[in-house]
Design a protein around this ligand. Structure first.
Ligand code: ADP
Ligand code: MG
Length: 243
């Protein structure tokens, strides 16, 4: 359902993503791991053109976008099929939890306000935040803010949800509730591409894992293989450090 071919991104003279190929099936959960600075965030950001890739093709369902020739309409269409969960939540500080969840439904999807509000209330229930709809982000814990961030992404009904280290900005006490919500999303067979350093969680949730190093995919496989029988020496060293 998602096919990434030859994805390449340079910043100045530095190649940050180097000819990435990756296919993700509908409902599949793929976890990306790798040392910091290796291009994991850039990979996710290139998939919806938060960073513009230099080369490669991104296909989501029947939409295929060639990076070198992508039009504004292509980019918008791609963004409608993806939902992004940021490390730092990236909520609108001057909007309530419910308004944050409604935002894209109203501005991007052009849904009537009442309908968007109803959908947001559903999402608030699902994320365990029914009593927080009128709260502003500053009045919420880190865990609650990230649950709003995930709720906002759920509301869109995107083909794929992209998670960029959704728990790494959180105090340890809030990590569990955010991972629980991600498990709940996964149970709905939502296609997910997740960057995380939570190895236990990765092992449990991933259908497939991808190890990146220096802008390349160095090794990929099922969690049992990645953790139990890693082949690449860089992956072995990485697992020793984080595990
Ligand atoms: P990761 O998420 O794996 O830690 P990133 O994708 O954030 O890695 O970054 C990969 C490399 O690209 C790093 O060397 C980083 O400094 C560089 N980089 C990321 N974003 C930019 C940018 N906007 N401008 C210049 N360099 C960038
Ligand atoms: Mg990153």
């Amino acid at each position: 359902m998602i096919s990434i071919k030859g994805l390449t991104k340079r910043f100045g003279g530095t190649t940050v993503l180097d000819d990435i190929d990756l296919d993700i099936a509908e409902g599949e959960r793929v976890v990306v791991i790798g040392p910091s600075g290796t291009g994991k965030s850039t990979l996710l950001r290139c998939l919806n053109f938060l960073d513009r890739p230099d080369e490669g093709t991104i296909t989501i369902g029947d939409l295929s976008v060639d990076a070198a020739r992508a039009s504004k309409a292509d980019i918008l269409a791609l963004r409608r099929r993806t939902a992004f969960v940021f490390q730092n939540y990236a909520l609108f500080a001057n909007r309530t939890a419910q308004e944050n969840i409604m935002e894209a439904l109203v501005t991007v999807q052009k849904r009537p306000k009442a309908e968007a509000a109803e959908r947001a209330r559903e999402i608030l229930r699902e994320t365990g935040l029914s009593d927080k709809g009128d709260s502003y982000p500053a009045a919420l814990s880190g865990g609650q803010q990230q649950r709003v961030g995930i709720g906002r992404a759920m509301a869109i009904g995107a083909d794929v949800m992209l998670f960029d280290e959704p728990t790494s900005a959180l105090d340890p006490e809030w990590v569990g509730e955010v991972l629980d919500l991600m498990r709940r999303v996964a149970r709905k067979r939502q296609t997910m591409l997740i960057v995380t350093h939570e190895m236990q969680f990765a092992r449990e949730i991933a259908d497939r894992m991808v190890f990146m190093h220096g802008g390349r995919i160095v090794e990929a496989g099922e969690p049992e293989q990645i953790f139990g029988a890693p082949k690449d020496e860089r992956l072995q060293r990485f697992l020793q450090r984080v595990g």
